[in-house]
Write a protein that binds this ligand. Structure first.
Ligand code: GAR
Length: 202
């Protein structure tokens, strides 16, 4: 029996270590159909090229506003017939207009245990708050910022001698483990969303 693969678009802005982890995981039921970057200089684009993955650039600075920009991104996506979008260090907030177009089909990774420390500089926020544990979260994207239903989380200790860089490095290791795992789960379809909870189904 031939089961069709989930066609995934990965949205990036920077280094793309999460993209690399998704590529390296070789998730059996997922095909990376597209890498899209808002930043023409993103190293993630080099990673896509190296692996023969189609890439598109939509530089937000070329557009007068969010709506015009997102219309272009939707246009670029169309021919790739994408089922699922994974934000992997994509440093643009998607408006409700875009989120509705891919309702429950956009996921994000965030370097904190949401709902703690949403937004920018999550590791810095964790250090400043004095928590002993932080981590990372893969969640569905809803119309808020870092507020959608949680799919997977991993916990990371905050050590006494940590600075932002060392803490982020530890968080990244866990991100690279749980992001492919979460995508595999979503692509399998073996889950249901109940309110804010994502529950596994057999
Ligand atoms: C990751 O740590 C991800 O959690 C974070 O950007 C980094 C991208 O790294 N995302 C956010 O902070 C979104 N709010 P990468 O480009 O090496 O994958």
């Amino acid at each position: 029996m031939c089961v069709s693969k989930t066609r995934l678009a990965v949205f990036v802005s920077g280094s793309g270590t999460n993209l690399q982890a998704i590529i390296d995981a070789g998730i059996p039921n997922v095909e990376i159909a597209l890498v899209l970057s808002n930043n023409p200089g993103a190293y993630a684009l080099e990673r896509a090229k190296k692996h023969g993955i189609p890439a598109e650039i939509a530089d937000h600075r070329d557009y007068s506003g969010r709506e015009e920009y997102e219309k272009r991104v939707l246009e670029l996506l169309e021919p790739y017939e994408v089922d699922l979008i994974a934000l992997a260090g994509f440093m643009r907030i998607l408006s409700p207009y875009f989120v509705r177009a891919y309702k429950n089909r956009i996921v994000n990774i965030h370097p904190a245990l949401l709902p703690s420390f949403p937004g920018m500089h999550a590791a810095r926020q964790a250090l400043e708050s004095g928590v002993k544990f932080t981590g990372c979260t893969v969640h569905f994207v809803d119309e808020g910022v870092d507020t959608g239903p949680t799919i997977l989380q991993a916990v990371v200790p905050v050590l006494d001698d940590d600075n932002e860089e060392s803490l982020l490095e530890r968080i990244h290791k866990e991100e690279h483990r749980i992001y492919p795992e979460a995508l595999k789960l979503i692509a399998s379809g073996k889950f249901r969303i109940e309110g804010r909870r994502v529950l596994a189904v057999n």
